[in-house]
Write a protein that binds this ligand. Structure first.
Ligand SMILES: [Cu+2]
Length: 231
């Protein structure tokens, strides 16, 4: 068991991790280049994940504001290009936060009880009886839809992939995430919620964060954070 654990740890540290510098909207670039509408994260060079989900980095990874805002029609599909293969097991989640009146997506910090979840993913069992996750081993994040009922206006969109291969220990899940500046058009009259804050939405002890994937059924996984708002 000791040997197996060492091997797993060695494997976990011997490869590059990932960032999500490029938003794609309906199959077309949202970012013209890396970090154009997506805010450049503090780990852009190191590619290290956030390990403590109550740290301020959990919101947008202490990113610097981006130069422009991407227009995104309600009902559009979005995903992110990843700098490396998203090789670890774990869910991908997307959140939106509406920019308050009088503020701009180019500079608002996303603070407060403002974030609602629009997508999450659950594991399945493949033909070899292995647990697998949507988007695992791809060079992009899973494609999701902006709910048609989302009201028009400026938003921050936040994507995260939670790597759970070491998550049987507290504060060893790894959060890979980005925030982009967008303007939703052609939307509806929905009332998005429930709303949560980052930090605040997650605790280190949440069952979807402190979890031994080897000991649960795939359908029993509980993604952290609020319920998905689908419009
Ligand atoms: Cu790793």
């Amino acid at each position: 068991m000791q040997i197996l654990t060492s091997l797993l740890l060695a494997a976990a540290t011997s490869h590059a991790h990932y960032t999500f510098p490029k938003l794609v909207v309906n199959g077309k670039p949202g970012d013209d280049k890396d970090w154009t509408v997506t805010r450049r994260t503090k780990n852009a060079d190191t590619k290290q994940g956030v390990e403590n989900p109550t740290n301020a980095d959990i919101r947008c990874y202490s990113s610097t504001n981006a130069g422009t805002v991407a227009e995104v029609p309600a009902g559009a599909t979005i995903h992110y290009i990843s700098t490396q293969q998203v090789n670890h097991p774990g869910p991908t989640q997307y959140y939106l936060a509406k920019v308050p009146e009088g503020k701009s997506a180019s500079s608002w910090d996303g603070s407060g009880n403002v974030w609602f979840k629009i997508a999450t993913t659950m594991p399945t069992v493949d033909a070899n009886k292995q647990m697998t996750w949507p988007g695992q081993n791809e060079y992009k994040t899973v494609n999701i839809t902006i709910p048609k009922a989302t009201p028009d206006g400026e938003y921050l969109v936040r994507v995260e992939h939670i790597a759970l291969h070491l998550a049987m220990q507290a504060n060893k899940a790894q959060f890979y995430l980005s925030c982009s500046q967008i303007k939703i058009t052609g939307g509806g009259n929905g009332t998005p919620g429930p709303l949560a804050a980052f930090p605040g939405a997650y605790k280190s002890s949440d069952p979807g964060i402190l979890v031994n994937l080897g000991s649960i059924q795939p359908s029993a996984y509980q993604p952290p954070g609020p319920a998905v708002w689908s419009g």
